[in-house]
Design a protein around this ligand. Sequence first.
Ligand code: ARG
Length: 637
Amino acid sequence: IPSIDALNERLTTLGINDPLPVFPDANPTLNPIDIYRCFIAHQLAPITGLVIKEIYENLNWTKALENGDLILVVPSIVSIRKKGGNYNELAKEWAAAFPENPYTLAPVVDGSTLRFFFKTDVLTNLVLPSILKYKENYGPINDGKGRRVIVEFSSPNIAKPFHAGHLRSTIIGGFVANLHEICGWDTIRMNYLGDWGKQFGILSVGFKRFGSEEELVKDPIHHLFNVYVKINQIISEEKEIEKKKAEEKGEKQTYNGPTDDEARAFFARMEAGDVEELALWKRFRELSIEKYRDTYARLNISYDVYSGESQVSKEAMDTASEMMKTKGISEESDGAVIVDFAKHVRPDPKDSSKPDPKDNSKKLGKAIVRKRDGTSLYLTRDIGAAMERYEKYNFDKMIYVVASQQDLHLQQLFKILSLLGFEWADKVQHVNFGMVSGMSTRRGNVVFLDDILQEAKERMDGAMKSNADKYAEVVDKDFVADTVGRSSVMIKDMSAKRIRGYDFNLEAMTSFEGDTGPYLQYAHTRVCSILRKAEVPLEQIENADISLLTEAHATKLVRCLAQYPDVVQQALKTLEPSNVVTYLFQMTHILSSSYSVLHVLSADQETRDARLALYESARIVLHSGMELLGLTPVDRM
Ligand code: ARG
């Protein structure tokens, strides 16, 4: 991390002799916007009578640079709002008293808002050299400082299709993990497979009847799924027959048929630890993981741990149920064990005889934690898993990236962990997301990740072929089509707030029109091509005289590049990939509109080199941002 002394030295060379006033929450050495926040907050404190921290926290950026680099909305400051008053008048007074300074132009008053525009000569000299020097380390802030986070994501179910929920979890989870990693967290990527339960009894019985060893090895994911579908069909047919029989006899139906019996017995033997029966399941699991590994690698994801429901130890679950019993959290009900959350609303801190109105536990209803036959459930396994993970990894934070359909499940889990009194219960977090509709591939409505990626790739290959000259220049066509193809799926997924769902439309995703993955890749290849064609050594670019960058297009791009570390920091707070996606599109739009103004080849040498320094900086930020999102930026397409 660059030191504050080094920053002050830099400022001196820019003619600013007063050391920058800093305070603990700020990151001025890593984040240029924070230099301005520190300065402005420090100036405004005596003018406004507010503490520095409160001003600092209320200095926000705007949606468009035309509205300023930082704004201060007077009525959004809590202690001002408490006092009340004429906000427009206050804004005018504060602006009038703001001193002339090397960092900002005189603040613009707009109603009750103060708009600050940075002086671009100093800004350019602060931002571009940092980017050129720190390269991919420009952006991340050192938030983790070696703390440990577990990011659990993707978590598909063996023998069942990899549905849209898993796709989103994979993409968003990959981003959340990357984000923590670059910000200094010791990051553990975990895949919690759905690899236990009666369905494995069903699958095994099916495999014994019509499975093929050869096909299992060749394509475990599809083969197991086919076996699973086929055996389930048989089970439901048998059930129908039994139902008819029962109806004829006037009985209430109770029997599910012989195959279901067989499967149930098989799974019971698995739960009892029958070595022979477990061997088959183990092979299913291992072959599937092997295949998953390849597919995740296509998405730049590699897991530290393939855990799964099957891996949760009986001891952990027994300990949990013992604790729940002794602490009075769980109770018997009809032979099963349940938790009735309404009974565990915490008392109101103001009046302990009443329930806390802020505790929404009542809405969590009741959950079964142990079935009548003694077997565990999804929730039980999650409780045991969380305990084991804390034991093993001692995490400072654990994030579950799971669809919002499971909001209730995770709220119940978190509530139980907190009722159990674990001191780490407040370190778990659910990152949720909305549904995707209409996901289908040529194979049909049942989708597999590999098929989605394959189809996206084929579409990209087709699109690339439409420009025959360029296509001829692409060295590794297969790789490029694959990479850009998956970018299209990923960018669509990360473009809006997580909670919003979307329609799965490969045609729109793979288009070059609009804010799509292929557009972003294209923007990257274009800036690469400009730098390549200029044939100027990197060292010369890095030493260019950037004070020559005075055109409006250049300074606008610089102002945008200055925001990148702030964007990363914001994303770390919200865990919204769209923060980064939106930023990258904004930046690339400014970049591409500057090409027709800031020419390279026809400019004199000094101007040319300065412009190349600007383009190289933009390339670095674009490249970092894309990698953070989990994309592989391509140089040509
Ligand atoms: N396998 C589950 C499913 O497909 C997702 C697992 C989510 N993670 C968890 N710890 N419950 O629905």
